[in-house]
Design a protein around this ligand. Structure first.
Ligand SMILES: [Zn+2]
Length: 59
C-alpha cells in the first residue's frame, strides 16, 4: 500500500504508487530549487557582509 495516498497498491519494494512517485518527484525538485535559492541568498548576504566589513574597516 502506498505510504502517501494510502489508496493504491505499490510496485514490489517501493513506498509510493505510480501516481505518487511522480507527485513526490515534483515536490522534491521544487524543494531543491527552493533550497538552491535559499542558499544563494545566504551566499549573497555573506558577500554583502564581507564587502561591508571591508568598507567599514577602510573608514
Ligand atoms: Zn499513492
Amino acid at each position: 500500500m502506498c505510504i502517501r495516498c494510502g489508496e493504491h497498491e505499490t510496485p514490489l519494494d517501493r513506498p509510493y504508487c505510480v501516481h505518487c512517485t511522480f507527485a513526490v518527484r515534483a515536490e522534491v525538485e521544487d524543494g531543491l530549487r527552493k533550497l538552491g535559492e535559499y542558499l544563494g541568498a545566504w551566499a549573497a548576504f555573506d558577500a554583502w557582509c564581507a564587502a561591508r566589513r571591508r568598507s567599514v574597516a577602510s573608514v
